[in-house]
Design a binder for this molecule. Structure first.
Ligand code: MN3
Length: 205
């Protein structure tokens, strides 16, 4: 049974950057529905006892096309939103440090360049999707975008997402309407880089 993370903050915590109704709807409806549909599909496909990362990395082992598609979309939605909600905090570290900071300088040309690329790929993603910061097993960092609920795991890159930006309209439209770049900047400013640093350490073991 896959379970949504429990939010370590209230729905109104990020007002006005992320409005209360969007947080409530995003977590309580969208993320909840992906989770329910993932559980239904995983049960039918006989993979419900496997970690979600394994399921997403091994979609080709599911022969039924409808189930495979359901696992890809809802498993991705489940996984991506857990990362999305877990990686922001009201009083978090607003700059990375330690091994993560060193890798950002080495692979991405510094923290400002990373934020710019994460934002620009999110802003220019056509239709629904995400931008991701991910790490391979050797600790190398990548910034990429994915459509729909895909991510670097389901795309078979062998990389682990460690931060993300959701640019489905449900993530921002109630407040930001067509101003996607303003929402992207607001979300990135809420990322807790201490948590991303933990994700990075976990991705490279
Ligand atoms: Mn979303």
């Amino acid at each position: 049974m896959y379970e949504q993370i429990r939010l370590p903050y209230a729905f109104d915590t990020f007002e006005p950057a992320i409005d209360t109704l969007t947080m409530e709807t995003h977590y309580g409806k969208h993320h909840a529905t992906y989770t329910k549909n993932l559980n239904d599909a995983a049960e039918k496909a006989g993979v419900a006892d496997r970690p979600i990362e394994e399921v997403l990395a091994d979609l080709n082992s599911v022969s039924d096309e409808t189930l495979r598609k359901a696992l890809r979309n809802n498993g991705g939605g489940f996984y991506n939103h857990n990362l999305y909600f877990r990686t922001i905090s009201p009083n978090g570290a607003r700059v990375p440090d330690g091994a993560l900071a060193a890798a950002i300088d080495r692979d991405l040309g510094g923290f400002e360049a990373l934020k710019e690329k994460l934002a620009s790929l999110a802003a220019t993603q056509f239709g629904s999707g995400w931008s991701f910061l991910s790490a391979d097993k050797d600790g190398r960092l990548f910034v990429t975008a994915s459509p729909n609920q895909d991510n670097p795991i389901s795309e078979g890159t062998g990389r682990t997402p460690i931060a993300c930006v959701d640019v489905w309209e449900h993530a921002y439209y109630l407040k930001y309407k067509n101003l996607r770049p303003d929402y992207i900047k607001a979300y990135i400013d809420l990322i807790d880089w201490r948590i991303v640093g933990e994700n990075y350490a976990g991705a490279t073991v």
